[in-house]
Ligand binder design. Sequence first.
Ligand SMILES: *Cc1c(COP(=O)(O)O)cnc(C)c1O
Length: 423
Amino acid sequence: MRLDTICVQGGWKPGNGEARVLPIYQSTTFKYDTSEEMGKLFDLEENGYFYTRLQNPTSDCVAAKIAELEGGVAAMLTSSGQAANFYSIVNLCEAGDHIVCSAKVYGGTFNLYAATIKKMGIDCTFVDPDAPEEEIEKAFRPNTKAVVGETIANPALVVLDIEKFARLAHKHDCPLIVDNTFATPINCRPFEWGADIVTHSTTKYMDGHAMAVGGCIVDSGNFDWDAHKDKFPGLTTPDPTYHGIVYTERFGKLAYITKATSQLMRDLGSIPSPMNAFLLNVGLETLPLRMEKHCSNAKAVAEFLHAHEKVEFVNFAGLEGDPYHELAKKYMPNGTCGVISFGLKGGREQAVRFMDSLKLAAIVTHVADARTCVLHPASHTHRQMTDEQLLEAGVTPGMIRLSVGIENPQDIIEDLEQALRQA
Ligand SMILES: *Cc1c(COP(=O)(O)O)cnc(C)c1O
């Protein structure tokens, strides 16, 4: 099936006389007739539901739909995008390990990898994603276990050269993990370019209506963990907490997601509520329609801003002449996303005055929902960063992040126009 069909038909497959719409299994637990049957589930000998912290039918249907959209073999939903990115790493790394990450990533991901996992003994080296391969290669160490980047970086809007990163990762026997939040599988499917694992903050376009925070990890099933047995002992040696099962032996291509679900989720517990999984599923049904509109609206807005005398710069890979336009054409020929960043002449002060004058576009800590919104990264999402870290993340003090919604583009442009007059 094609992507727009999967969006509405994927996941939930009702049997005769069952609900047409995905049911919300709002239940913590599931009932069995015999003690033995339940015991087998605890040994991972049989597949079934027993406690929602491990698996829930509503969440599983939505995960299956996202796996199908990405072209992966399995997926797991998490309570947030942050949880997805955290689990994607700790499913592979232990204290003493190391990862390589593009410096142009979401502020929350930067903090997670620069500070929080460091306290757990996992080191991260940030690299300039546009640097030549020989330069990026210097970041690798014998204990490097994964390489991470974002298809379209939030908020720098840098497009990742996925093939280049996949080549580097594979040369060093590491999987490439790509956060595909902004592009969504509608506009880019990183597995087709060599990525091994994809993560999402489903909070953004997938939900699309700013209703439910959530995340997802998808595995392509392509990375051969057994070919690097010593490097990934968590997947290739016995797990004493499951009577010594070896995930790659027992589950083959499903090893990575099975370990994430049965071990990490069991122990760390960042599950989405079944209700939130249901809301995400509703959002996914219209994702292709919304992405098309977000992209065409953003292009019109970017062109308007680019031509405006008070605007110093516009970052939008869909715009002709943008430094990332060529990469965007290669990886996202049908459009990138609805997020634009731009700066006003005059910098920080002008930016704040402009934002306070907007009427239709709201100031919110969000991006990628149906309603147009703005945010000033230097005073909001990236407030904890030093000026140096800001620049490394591709954020200038006066930069405004504009998430173009699906309203009429003329109304959005008229609002920007009147606010620019005030600035
Ligand atoms: C928002 C975002 C996250 C974090 O996701 P939450 O759902 O807010 O936890 C991670 N990566 C990217 C690219 C994001 O835009």
